[in-house]
Design a protein around this ligand. Structure first.
Ligand code: KG4
Ligand code: ZN
Length: 345
């Protein structure tokens, strides 16, 4: 039996997880920093690193205790070494290296995107190779063709903002707090998704994405509405007295970005001739996206694999899942491992 301790501190979540044989989650602890960052409307990197330093040992300790595991029973430690915020990554990597050194345990370096992809191996049914992976998160929006473990081909990526970033920025524009994704999803349920025709950047002949245009379109729309009704500030008048308008903006924005995500996935399926798709990353926790992907699956007889929401958002079980595959290939990292903010898959 191989037991991997996964650690992820790539962004604003301090996460540790114990996973057995790369499949069975024994413990999965995530400590988020929403309370710290929400007043700024986004993550403040320096504050994130400091909080990771404070939380890393309690979170790892809790993961081990919940799993009734001792460090001595851990086969290897898998740590996310990028991409991400460099100060945040440094905390997880330094901590993992120190533990490995002191206990003589092998160290495994896992790319955060690889972690998101292999979160789909933690639940049944599992995808078999080859499959298409759509990663939609706060830092990434990309499509990959996955032929095997370690054999990845990028099909497309965002040319500007990630889709989660667009959710967060629009949440901030509307004064809805951070992160924007979950609250925009909630407000969308009360709005009409066809009330405002926001632009969809389909970028013909490309599997790339672009979400900066819709962000500007939403901003212009907000400004035009406030001018017409002579409201002095978006944040004050807008939020309280115009709940239908806010819900309509949220629903129409969400409809536009999901239209693009679904269409691009459809193109990737056709282009690659692959009928299995993994959708993962924080935005894949969105119920409307999950529903629309399910419709796509019915339309094309494609198998769609979307992990449970707690495995879509950042977690360390996904790092342990990918780490296990490295472990089986004896692909260990040196203790001189350095994290990298920019780290292609
Ligand atoms: O994967 P993740 O936890 O961290 C990154 O690797 O970035 O993704 C976080 C992103 C945030 O932008 C957040 O707003 C978005 O995922 N998100 C959602 C939902 N839950 C989280 N977006 C839309 N709908 C949701 N329910
Ligand atoms: Zn992530």
């Amino acid at each position: 039996m191989n037991i991997i301790l996964g650690i992820d501190t790539s962004c604003d979540d301090t996460a540790a997880s114990v996973v057995e044989n790369g499949r069975k989650i024994i413990s999965n602890i995530v400590s988020n920093q929403i309370e710290i960052h929400k007043k700024y409307g986004g993550i403040v990197p320096e504050l994130a690193s400091r909080k990771h330093i404070e939380m890393i040992w309690p979170v790892v300790d809790e993961a081990l205790k919940t799993a009734s595991s001792k460090l001595e029973s851990i086969s290897a430690i898998a740590v996310c070494h990028g991409p991400g915020l460099i100060g945040s990554l440094l905390v997880g990597c330094s901590f993992a290296k120190a533990l490995c050194y002191s206990k003589g345990i092998p160290l495994i370096a896992v790319n955060h995107l690889e972690g998101h992809i292999f979160s789909s191996f933690l639940e049944k049914p599992r995808p078999s190779f080859p499959f298409i992976a759509l990663i939609v998160s706060g830092g990434h929006t990309c499509l990959y063709r996955i032929d095997n473990f370690g054999k990845y081909k990028e099909l497309g990526r965002t040319r500007d903002d990630a889709v989660g970033e667009a959710y967060d920025k629009i949440g901030k524009l509307l004064g809805l707090g951070y992160p924007g994704g979950p609250v925009i999803e909630k407000l969308s349920q009360k709005g009409n998704p066809r009330s405002i025709d926001f632009p969809r950047a389909y970028l013909p002949d490309s599997l790339d994405f672009s979400f900066s245009g819709i962000k500007t379109a939403v901003l212009n729309y907000i400004n035009s509405q406030s001018i017409k009704r002579n409201t002095p500030a978006i944040h004050s008048g807008f939020q309280t007295s115009n709940s239908t308008l806010i819900s309509n903006i949220c629903a129409s924005f969400q409809e536009a970005v999901i239209d693009v995500l679904v269409k691009k996935t459809e193109w990737a399926i056709k282009k690659e001739g692959i009928k299995k798709v993994v959708v993962t990353g924080g935005v894949a926790a969105n119920n409307e996206l999950r529903k629309r992907m399910k419709n796509l699956s019915d339309k094309h007889e494609v198998e769609i694999f979307i992990p449970s929401p707690f495995l879509c958002t950042d977690n360390a079980a996904m790092i342990a899942s990918a780490g296990y595959l490295h472990y089986k290939s004896k692909n260990f990292a040196e203790l001189s491992l350095n994290p990298q903010a920019y780290l292609p898959l």
